[in-house]
Design a protein around this ligand. Structure first.
Ligand SMILES: [Zn+2]
Length: 300
């Protein structure tokens, strides 16, 4: 992303912050000059933060799951999300692909066990076929030969259920943190569409707390995965029924957030949705609006 784009996003963000403060005299004070508010920590940065790279390009969804540069956040928030949330989102997507027998760029570490004789190696799918490759350095040559002899025995015996298992080693898996990565992206989409009044509403501070301290988050935020949704799906919808809210659809994930016109607490929103789901299944009605490709501050 060029410096020109960064500069434009900074200037537009600074103008939006100025507008926002002007509408709330005495409530929000912004010192003279240009200031950009990081939508994640709500800290204000001056124009030199662009040159010092204190303000960074943020990807939506996360870079690690194929997002695109969409807005500016501060380096600290961006890095923290990468380490504490986005790595989990990427690991989960890779694992889902692998379990779906789809090709992944990642190879998984596995232990194959043929009737008690192990072979360590890596596994991946290629054209729907599972490939497992032993890794020389990880296997004693004698054990490896015994393992291969066992496999040949299975083939010769023509058994349909040989005592053959394999264990996949999966690193850093947390559904809660992976979900928060997508929720964070949905929050940033809402910021790009609706601007500062949306995120500076006290209701959203609760969500930011969760993003900031993912280990202690107990706020219910509704997110659903639609396995059939195509990769690259982007939907922003204003829902009317059963509750005024917004749905942000990113790839397979749908995140429910408060509507800018009806800032309900996340727990209250979750309760309405849960009650409806329990009673007659969840059917939501609303209309889609244009997906923000950069911060538009449509709602000042
Ligand atoms: Zn920040």
């Amino acid at each position: 992303m060029s410096m020109k784009v960064r500069r434009r996003w900074f200037d537009e963000g600074a103008a939006a912050l100025r507008d926002f403060a002007d509408l709330r005299p005495g409530q929000v004070e912004v010192p003279d000059g240009s200031w950009y508010c990081c939508p994640c920590c709500c800290w204000a940065f001056g124009p030199d933060a662009l040159d010092s790279r204190e303000l960074t390009i943020e990807h939506v969804p996360a870079d690690s799951v194929g997002g695109r540069g969409t807005l500016l956040t501060c380096r600290s928030c961006n890095n923290k999300a990468g380490e504490q949330l986005d790595v989990y989102a990427a690991n989960r997507e890779n694992l889902i692909q692998f379990l779906d027998t789809k090709a992944t760029s990642k190879r998984y570490r596995v232990v194959m066990d043929a009737d008690g004789i192990p072979l360590r190696g890596s596994a991946w799918f290629e054209n729907g076929t599972l490939r497992i490759q032993g890794v020389d350095k990880q296997n004693h040559p004698l054990v490896r030969d015994q393992h291969i002899a066992k496999l040949n025995e299975f083939v010769d015996s023509e058994t349909t259920s040989p005592p053959l298992t394999f264990k996949v080693r999966v690193e850093k898996i947390s559904d809660a943190r992976a979900n928060l990565s997508w929720i964070r992206s949905a929050y940033l989409v809402a910021f790009c569409a609706f601007g500062l009044p949306y995120i500076i509403n006290p209701i959203m501070a609760e969500l930011r707390d969760c993003l900031d301290k993912p280990g202690t988050c107990t706020t219910p935020i509704r997110i659903a995965r639609d396995a059939d949704a195509p990769k690259g799906r982007r939907v922003l919808a204003l829902m009317k029924d059963p509750v005024e809210s917004i749905v942000v659809g990113l790839d397979a994930y749908n995140v429910l957030l408060p509507s800018p016109k009806n800032m309900m607490r996340l727990s209250a929103l979750a309760k309405v949705i849960d009650d409806h789901t329990r009673e007659d299944g969840l059917r939501m009605l609303g209309q889609t609006i244009q997906w923000p490709r950069y911060p538009e501050y449509r709602y000042r």
